[in-house]
Write a protein that binds this ligand. Structure first.
Ligand code: PRP
Length: 184
């Protein structure tokens, strides 16, 4: 691997989606968003922390007047299993009333987080609200959610890189990789 980050002895990191494929897909999504909102401005709302790299790259493929804001959510429940309850850890800095909001997420899993955030943002009366998600683990869904701009469908593997972490590590890997070995 080219990155200087090394997994520990028992961890393996195989590439699932290369940086070149990510870049191609992000460019396509950016072009589609540019076409869809022609003549309008957009507010990109990133969900911290995982979405920050996707948002940074996607925004630079969007040829529109664009602004950023960020929020953070956490779900109750231990060991990565969502209990179905979400709380807002960091709210937006700005009002979204009357704005074209695109909620930007790195990964859609059970759908609990995005359902909570979409419902919350709708109460604030944006002009429009759409969802952009880089990775979708559809097999894991327990709450349906409509995604307007999707990067890739992926299997139910534990993925890291390009913003996604394992215990806060690996977010800065350039490719999306499957982490395995520690528990297997
Ligand atoms: C991830 C992801 C979503 C959520 C999706 O965040 O960014 O917010 O999980 O899961 P769900 O569809 O089951 O609700 P995570 O809690 O890993 O935080 P992070 O972005 O700070 O890594």
């Amino acid at each position: 691997m080219s990155e200087k980050i090394r997994p520990n002895n028992r961890e393996q990191l195989r590439v699932l989606i290369s940086r070149a494929r990510i870049a191609r897909r992000v460019r396509e999504l950016g072009r589609k968003i540019t076409r869809d909102y022609k003549g309008e401005s957009v507010l990109l709302v990133g969900v911290l922390k995982g979405a920050c790299i996707f948002l940074a790259d996607l925004s630079r493929e969007i040829s529109l007047d664009a602004t950023f804001d960020f929020l953070a959510a956490a779900s109750y429940g231990a060991a990565g299993e969502s209990s179905g309850q979400v709380r807002l850890v960091k709210d937006l800095d700005t009002s979204i009333a009357g704005r074209n909001v695109i909620l930007v997420e790195d990964i859609l899993d059970t759908g609990v987080t995005l359902n909570y955030l979409v419902k919350l943002l709708r109460t604030r009366k944006p002009k429009s609200l759409r969802v952009a998600v880089l990775l979708d683990k559809a097999d894991r869904r327990i709450q349906p959610i409509k995604v307007d701009y999707l990067g890739f469908q992926i299997p139910n593997d534990f993925v890291v890189g390009y913003g996604l972490d394992y215990a806060e590590r690996y977010r800065n890997l350039k490719d999306i990789r499957v982490l395995s070995g520690e528990d297997s």
